[in-house]
Design a protein around this ligand. Structure first.
Ligand SMILES: NC(=O)C1=CN([C@@H]2O[C@H](COP(=O)(O)OP(=O)(O)OC[C@H]3O[C@@H](n4cnc5c(N)ncnc54)[C@H](O)[C@@H]3O)[C@@H](O)[C@H]2O)C=CC1
Ligand SMILES: O=C(O)[C@@H]1CCC=N1
Length: 276
């Protein structure tokens, strides 16, 4: 059970202003007046200064951020989480909400490092939060109640869609939507390379592929049709697309994607184990 928020605390501290920390901050500050309520805590002073000047947020140390902010969003690498929590613990109480985006790290590990009863929510966001097209997936820890989850959901819904899952699904979620943007960027890189091979200027090939990716993603989201139906509609009998699909099958691209995502899942599980 979480106690009522301390009245003078409001706003959000993002602890760890790296890639995902900045993606979330830059999405969140687009809400009018939001920057004033956002604090960053960053180990690197140069990086902190960069975030302050780019996004108009404040930089504080851990103690200052915990004194000022109700929500503490942990966005350091899984390997740095234990050291960070040890530094944070003396400044945290049950009036805080701790949100961890660290891949693999279970809420039980975060809870064990903090004073008893502090509510913890585990979230797997992704970098498209930068353009308000994020996918964030939430799970409650043992002390997080409905209002804590609602608060985390409200925060993250400012930068995209939000889903809730039982925590045991978070390693799979991490492998799909957490790492997922990288798979699409990788495919786009490869498809642009194919355009170069075929003699197109790089800029033209990139324009063709990015617009095609956007069009395909919009159809997947809006048409209500299954991906197989959409692909079949492109695949004319005796045509170009089936010639390409045969090569994708011959090279095992489907199996490679499944194996790649399984490897990401397994790595998430591994990252979740405490260091020996
Ligand atoms: N990059 C991504 O797309 C996603 C990352 N995540 C998770 O977010 C976390 C951060 O990932 P990235 O942003 O990619 O890493 P990153 O290495 O870009 O950023 C981590 C930041 O934390 C800072 N830091 C480390 N220890 C600190 C401390 N004690 N106090 C203050 N700042 C500290 C570092 O200086 C660095 O700027 C990881 O746990 C990762 O699993 C989750 C979803 C997506
Ligand atoms: O690569 C990683 O470990 C992080 C977690 C999900 C996306 N990036």
């Amino acid at each position: 059970m979480s106690s009522a928020p301390t009245p003078q605390r409001s706003g959000l501290a993002v602890v760890g202003g790296g890639k995902i920390g900045e993606a979330l901050v830059s999405g969140l500050v687009r809400r009018p007046g939001a920057a004033e309520g956002i604090v960053v805590v960053e180990r690197s002073p140069e990086r902190a200064a960069e975030l302050v000047s780019r996004h108009g947020v404040r930089a504080l140390d851990l103690a200052g951020a915990a004194a000022a902010c109700r929500v503490l969003l942990i966005a350091v690498k899984p390997q740095d989480v234990d050291a960070l929590l040890a530094d944070l613990a003396p400044h945290v109480d049950t009036g805080h909400l701790v949100v961890s985006v660290a891949a693999g790290v279970p809420t039980s590990r975060v809870e064990a490092a903090l004073p008893a009863g502090v509510p913890v929510v585990r979230v797997m966001p992704n970098t498209p939060a930068l353009v308000d097209e994020g996918m964030s997936v939430l799970s409650a820890g043992a002390h997080a109640g409905a209002t804590d989850l609602d608060e985390a959901e409200e925060l993250l819904s400012a930068v995209g869609q939000v889903r809730r899952v039982p925590e045991k699904q978070q390693d799979a979620v991490t492998a799909l939507s957490g790492s997922g943007p990288a798979y699409f960027f990788y495919l786009v890189e490869a498809m642009v390379d194919a355009g170069i091979l075929l003699g197109l200027p790089r800029a033209l090939a990139a324009d063709l592929i990015v617009q095609t990716a956007l069009g395909a993603a919009t159809m997947l989201r809006d048409s209500g049709e299954h991906p197989v139906q959409l692909r079949e509609a492109v695949t004319s009998p005796g045509g170009t697309t089936i010639a390409a699909i045969r090569e994708l099958e011959r090279h095992g691209v489907r199996a490679a994607l499944i194996a790649a995502i399984e490897a990401a899942h397994d790595r998430s599980v591994e990252l979740g184990r405490p260091a020996e």
